[in-house]
Design a protein around this ligand. Sequence first.
Ligand code: SAH
Length: 345
Amino acid sequence: MKRFLYDLDRYDWSRYVQEKDLPPYRAGQIASWSDRGVASLDEMTDLPQALREQLAEDFTLDGLELAEKQTSGLDDTAKYIFRLADGNIIESVRMHYKYGWSVCISSQAGCRMGCTFCASTGSGFGRSLTDGEMLAQVHAIARDCSSRIGHVTIMGIGEPLDNYAAVVRFLRRANDPRGLNISMRHLSVSTCGLVPKMIEFTDEGLPVTLSVSLHAPNDTIRRQLMPIARQYPYDSLLAACRRHTEKTGRRITFEYALFNGVNDQLEHADELAGRLRGMLCHVNLIPANEFSGGAYRQSRSPDVQRFLSRLTRSGIKATVRRELGADIMAACGQLRRRKEACRTP
Ligand code: SAH
């Protein structure tokens, strides 16, 4: 199968031109097209026809195709459904904030983590995405809205730290001034808490925002919601978070989805405040999003408010996350993977 052109970074391109006995400056030219999100080889007008033909033999630009776009009637949110070359279907979300466009991308087709409240788990695991497929989601959306994308969160389908190497490559490439040029501070990674990978990620020294899906004040509730909690207990997770803030000086965002009657009572807020006291962190409360077949119900709005004020009165910085794109199933935890019959190449 031909390689997806976006999967090669600048280093890979210099190796390619060397192998093909081409002048070294060709590598920079091809990489610049790729960095800018070229949609067709014909756009590469500064390359000779023979080289474009050579590229067409070795590479494809059909690694990510827009299958469908849904636009919210409530806000400026749009959900993009993309088909990968092997028929896997993934979803990405574009949101509009005061500070500009933000895109939430998928890092895997499906997810292996098995969180009991998340729609991404239901359809099984296909495979991890390449860095090129992650970049392509951002380029396709930028092209569609004819705007620069200023923020990217890796919070769509999949567990980014379960696709570690490609995610790190993606972050470096998305940050490259010759490419998407997104500041590291505007890139965020969300993890369900793969402790050893979090430690490795801290040592990578990338000043991106790290979000940790906590969703519980203790091991008992966390294990009920997230199988990963059986492997990495609460204390080891918080120790990895503390290590991250100490080494990077950057605060951690804790995601806490509120499920009616499960983790949204005052006693839970008190216990959570006790665990997080003194940490450099912010708690993002997410009224749980429902989806068909999901077992949990969203917390009632007065419970959400009581939980929030109890946390803040205990000195923990917290906010309730605005729900965007709920009418098109584009909110947190509502994205799914699907699989189509493989297309013949
Ligand atoms: N695997 C990563 C990133 C993907 S999920 C992670 O676990 O962090 C993005 C966020 O949506 C996570 O915080 C996840 O726990 C949350 N989420 C999943 N299902 C949800 C639901 N039904 N309601 C609210 N948030 C949900």
